[in-house]
Design a protein around this ligand. Sequence first.
Ligand code: NAD
Length: 246
Amino acid sequence: MSAVAGKIAVITGAGSRGGQGEAEARLLARNGARVVLVDLPGSDGAAIAAEIGADLAEFHALDVTDAEAWEELVSAVREGYGRLDILVNNAGVWLQKGVLDTTPEEFRKVVDINQTGVFLGMHFFAPLMKEQGGGSIINTCSTAGLVGGGMPHAYAASKWAVRGMSRAAAHELAPFGIRVNAICPGVINTPMIEGGEAMLDLLAATIPSGKVGQPDDVAQLVLFLASNASSYISGSEIAIDAAVSA
Ligand SMILES: NC(=O)c1ccc[n+]([C@@H]2O[C@H](COP(=O)([O-])OP(=O)(O)OC[C@H]3O[C@@H](n4cnc5c(N)ncnc54)[C@H](O)[C@@H]3O)[C@@H](O)[C@H]2O)c1
């Protein structure tokens, strides 16, 4: 019996084919969890959920910056399952710009999705987890939330915020049995990396092992943090970057 069998999970940003959210949804479902894949309308979320199978997965369209939409999602999960065991705040966007070039609008947009989206997920689902006496929240940070140098400005700012919010929430929610951890992937081969094989080769050369990570590498960490096997781990940020930030 898998450590997440029978658990209910919500994963944001799970509608990108080849993305980390898809890999996480598939791995949790393979281990017997029931997964609600969340992403923007028009994403591949519905198709991916159908491929996983209606008995283990469903798609819910949601923009993570929309507080009302989060409230509706909580109501749907309450109605459908009566609980939520695992929340993976994975949705995010990249902006390859520095402090000189980022416009105020661009900065706000990145922060809105990468940071406020994570806050809203925790804010709206933590009460349900509190009622049921526990849960595991996994927030997707980045190497860009561990180091600042060389990272795009708004993206790094939003990911450092995710790390801080995760620690603060872990402390606050611990008395209710809710664990909160941040995961910090390095270079992972997903649609977020623009530039194809040439870019992946360039990036691989910056990694001590010479290897770019795969979405499944990150999904394995999410599975562990979602499961009771990690029951004493909370308030941590875990680098999954083959020593890039070491
Ligand atoms: N790929 C990497 O190298 C890497 C490294 C470190 C961290 N990350 C982080 O991992 C997470 C997953 O990224 P990925 O690499 O799988 O990229 P991806 O682009 O494949 O997936 C990101 C998903 O987020 C969704 N999304 C964007 N804005 C949204 C919104 N407003 N509401 C709902 N969904 C929205 C997108 O539709 C997409 O499905 C992100 O938070 C990203 O910042 C990625």
